[in-house]
Structure formats: structure tokens, C-alpha cells
Design a protein around this ligand. Sequence first.
Ligand code: HDE
Length: 707
Amino acid sequence: MSNDTLRGDALQPATIADAEIHRGAGGETHQLAGGEVPVLTTQQGIPVADDQNTLRVGPRGPALLEDFHFREKMFHFDHERIPERVVHARGVGAHGFFEPYESLAELTHADLFQRKGERTPVFLRFSTVAGNKGSPDLARDVRGFAVKFYTQEGNWDLVGNNIPVFFIQDAIKFPDLIHAAKQEPDRGFPQAQTAHDNFWDFISLSPEAMHMALWIMSDRTIPRSLRFMEGFGVHTFRLVNAEGRASFVKFHWKPKLGLQSVVWNEAVKLNGADPDFHRRDLWDAIQSGDFPEWELGLQVFDEDFAEKFPFDVLDATKIIPEELVPVRIVGRMVLDRMVDNFFAETEQVAFCTQNIVPGIDFTNDPLLQGRNFSYLDTQLKRLGGPNFTHIPINAPKVPVRNFQQDGHMAMRNPKGRVNYEPNSWGGAAGGPRESRERGFRTHPAQESGAKLRIRPELFADHYSQARQFYVSQTPVERTHIKDAFVFELSKVETLSIRARMVSHLRNVDEALAWGVAEGLGLGDMPPAAEPARPVVADLPPSPALSILRNGPKDFKGRKLGVLVTDGTDAALLQALQAAAEAEGALVELVAPRVGGVTLSDGTTVPAKQKVNGGPSVLYDAVAVIPSEAGAALLAREATAKDFVNDAYAHAKFIGHAPAAQALFRKAGLDEPDAGFLPLGGAADAKAFLAACRQLRFWEREAQVHAV
Ligand code: HDE
């Protein structure tokens, strides 16, 4: 190696070397070709002259310890990572607001619910539970749905999930549940998957998890978009009004765009095609001004209802069916701004179930009580000290006044002499005091009883609501649940665990149990598990529990992938784009080259995806509109064949120009069904987009799955 290649000048990037550098006023800016830019400084504010080369003795000599800029830069880099969340490590957050549709003063004196239309800022973090921070978005998993309301009376955190029940009834089992779900400790895999022995061993030994098991095997755990899923507070909380009257409440978030999930085979492929699928989807929607929206719903009930309800309202493994206590829609939440900095906001945000405001209160749900300890405790470790509430994303937007002081990274040190109370300094000099009128007051519920480690009797019915969930599903959804059990248990190597799960399923639904046993090739059917308590009864189906019965009414917010080539009919493409726009849907072009194609009228259009990087799993429906020559080219391209084959297998609507037949034939799609729609002109384009509102041509699914 010659001396020349090691010379600092040779390593200067062109922008710096070419720049006409001079200091701006006060030495804070300098002039580059692109305009004024700030001068780089150290953390101490010292301007830096060279950020490309360490300080050394001569061009080939030893590095000098004196190089404070290098040492400071490297020291800071070395400490960039903080521990990831022990659960819900992978997440994405956004800002927005909540506004009530009406005053809820009769139910609660919580300030944010008093005045119709008054906006309260919120920050929402969605997450998966089991995977590490870098795990893919489409893991089969529960999604966290945590909302921080920055109210006028302090922060309220509604730390929910996209599933209204939980695996366990008592917080003391949480570490076991999470250990069992995450990577197995000896081998460090599988990542972000419950399809392994430890998880199903724990679940099959915990009958209380059966209701949740049905939910996680449904398509709820593979949402198409975070924008298309519900959120739930899960526990029963209390609302308390100004007179001190308390009601019980369960919180629901209903997406304005309706519910939608992907199918499992799509999820598997999406994880490879775009591990950030959900994150990107949220980013794209908000950045383009298509702000996602949820309505807040309340199920409000009183002691009387709680007494009569056949399940315990403190049991987080049970729901209250919406048909029994209707969900009252009371307001909306809109997400309208992505974060400026992922680490500062999404990573550092700290949700705590104990962050609650006057007018809302806890119940004795043993899971909720345990959570109230865990969240604060885990923040201390993760964020490194007790002052994480000073970080802007966590700080309330109202004044904070108390005598807490010092600690790591204190940012908000009060002035003056007084740091205790009572004190006799008087007036403002004496510092803040409690307020009986405004302060948080716990609802004075009567409590008495022996100290015991025991669960209430009604917690012990583990199957009735699991069955209710199953019978509330459409046939397509039931098949997906069965297939999910078969998939997951197929990855379980210990045969007795497979059999134990099936023995529970016999108490849920015999047809489901037999379907799973058959799918696994189980051999002898195990006897049904012994229920801890006689099953309540055959509960009526609850249509609110089905995704397909609660889908969107239109194709709004969905994505159409259009496979084009040189020579594609320009008028047809325009008609598709116009029809999609009228539906509020997005169109993305997929082409042999990302540079784009030249259409029939000679215009060129860029593509969003090259065909081998833009598989059809990225889209809700596809249109295949090549020219004849283009179709002949695509027919020789494996990824183009995958594009149409997957769209077919995933029961998507497929619009097609006549020339597409050549590609379909080569892909083996020679028996088009009613989910294939011909595209000639504008009228066809409209009809195709109208068909897409159903999202899937489910009739096809049975044709493509033989085992
Ligand atoms: Fe959590 N959970 N959880 N959880 N949870 C955490 O707190 C915990 C539970 C939920 O985006 C942790 O800051 C216990 C139910 C969400 O930052 C931790 C129990 C529900 C998030 C913790 C539960 C949730 C968490 C880890 C059983 C739905 C992510 C990092 C009693 C109602 C929040 C953190 C975010 C995060 C404990 C059960 C939702 C360890 C002990 C039920 C959405 O404190």
C-alpha cells in the first residue's frame, strides 16, 4: 500500500473537499454548495475542524490519546443502545389527538371527557409482544395498543392490546408465560414465534389460556395493517363522576377503516419481502395525509350486572359480549404526525398502567394490580433512573410540582429553599400543597377478607368463552383457526404436548379438535381434558368477534398493485388509477425494471417496485396489464409467475388485460374463477375496484388447500 492512499486528503468526501468553507456569524454556520449548514461541534460545543481523520503522529504513526473529539465520539457511540423492552420490544409510535363526541360528565369527572370536541394530545405505540426489536412485523403475535393521553390533569396511559382477553389471570404467572413464549433459553430460537415446544407446553398446562389461545390462532394476530385492527383496555376499570358515583367500564378502540387481516402464507412471505410492513404502512399513510382514526367505545355496567354475569368481571381471560353490554361510542382518536426521532419518542416512551387521572380508577383485577408494579419497575431499568418522566415524550403537558428531587439525569430541578412539607415558609415560598377538590381520590370501595393465595371460583370456567369465540367465526375464519393450530403444533416436537392441546380443544369444539388431530396426523384421539369447573353453557355466537363480519365497507386505505410492462395500455392504466383514487385506494406500479415502462401512448412512468422486489403479498388486490410482448417477457420470469400465483392462492381479486393470459398459462392458472375480472376500459376498471371492496374472493380458498 502506498503512502498516498493513506493520506488524509485522499479520504476527504467530495462535498467537503469541494466546498467553499467559511465561517458564518459567530462561527456557527459555514457555506457549502447546498447552502448554509451548521458547524459540527463536540458535545461541549467546540467547533470541529476534521471529522474524517483521527489525530496521529505523522501519516503512518500511532494514534494520540489526546484526540478528545475521537474519544468523545466513540464513547457516545459505544453507549447508544439501551435495553430493549423485555416484552413488546418491537414497536412503532405516532402522535395524534383524542376528542370526545359528547360530555361524559354523568359517568366520569376525568377532565378529557368533559367538553365535546376538545382535543387532548395523544401518543400511541403499537408493538408485537414476543419478538426482539429487529423482528419482523408479521409475526403471529398479539399487538400492543398503548395510548398516552396528555390531559389537563396529567397523563393517562391506556396500555391495551388488539385482543380483549389475556393468557393468564394472575400477574404472578407473567414471567413464566413470557419465558415460555420467547426464544428457548438454551438455543436462542425461535425468534418472534410461538410455534415451539415451550410455548405450547405452558399453554396446554394452563387451561386458563384456552380462550386467548383461540384468539391468537385466529387472524387477529396477523393484521393487514395496524390501521385495520381494534384495541382493547382488557381489564375492567372504574369511571367515577363528580358525585363519587362509580361504574365499571371496559375500553374499546374501533378502527374507522374496518378490520382486516392477511392470511398465514402471506404473513410468512411478507416477513421476507418487507419485515417493516406494518411500520412502513403507518408511516406512508400518515406522511401522505391519510390519517388513521379509531373511535373510543365504552362498555359501561354496574355492580348489579357484575353480580348477575356468569363470569367474573375481574377475570382478564373473559370478555363481556357486545351483544350483552353494547359498546357506546364516545369519541375519536386521529393519528396525524409521525415522530421526529424514533429513539427519542418511540423507544423512550414509557407507558405505565398506574398513570391514571382523577375520574378513572382501577379494579381488583389481579392482572391489573400486578401490572401496576411491573411497568414502573421495568422503566427504571430500561431508561436508567427515576427521572425518565422528564423526557419530553413522557413529560405531562401540565406543570409538575412536587418535592421529588435529584437522581440520574435530573432535568427539572426546582428553585428555592424548600424541598419538604409540611413547612412553615408560607405562600408560594412554601411550595405546592395537596388539593382535596382537584386531587386524585381513590374510589372508596369496601374491602374485607382473609389473606389467601386463591382465585375466585368463577375464574375456573376456561372453555365456555373459548367456544363462544370459535362459534362466532365465519367458516373461512374457523378453517384459519384450525390451520393455525395445525401449523403451530406441527412445529412442536414433543408428541404429548400436541395431544394435550387437542385434549383441551375437545372442550371447545369437537369438530375443531378432530380437524386439528387430523391435520397433525395425531393417530389416537386423546380424551377431553378434565374441566376445572363445569362449563357454563353453550353461549350464543357474538358476531362482533369475527373479523370478516366487521370488515370495511369500501376499498379505502387499501393498496392495488398493478403489474405493467413496456407497451401497457395507457388509457387502461389511467382508468385504473382514477377508479382507485375514487375509492380512496393507493396504486403502486410493479414493472420489470424500477426505472419504469413506456406505455402505449409513448409516455414513460416510473415503477414503485421491480417485480422481484414487489411480490403481490404487498397488495390487497392486483391488476395484471402487460402488453403482449410484455406478457411474453413476464412468462419467462419466475417472480412474475409467483406474483400471480400468490395473488391467486391468497384469494385476491385479480384484474387482467387480455394479454395477461400468456403469463397466467405459464403460471398454471388456467382455470380462472369469478375472482378474475377482465379489464378492457374505464367501466371494467370501476367494476374491478368495486369488487375489491370485498377484499378477498374467499370462495377460492378451499380450491387451493388440499391438506
Ligand atoms: Fe404488559 N408489559 N404486562 N400487558 N404491555 C410491558 O412494560 C406486564 C399485559 C402491554 O409500547 C412491559 O414498558 C405484566 C396485558 C403493552 O411501551 C412490562 C403483565 C396487556 C406494552 C409489562 C402484562 C399488556 C406492555 C415491558 C401481566 C394488555 C408495551 C416494557 C400482569 C392490556 C408498551 C414496558 C409500550 C409492556 C408487564 C400483561 C399490554 C414488563 C406483568 C394484559 C401494549 O412492564
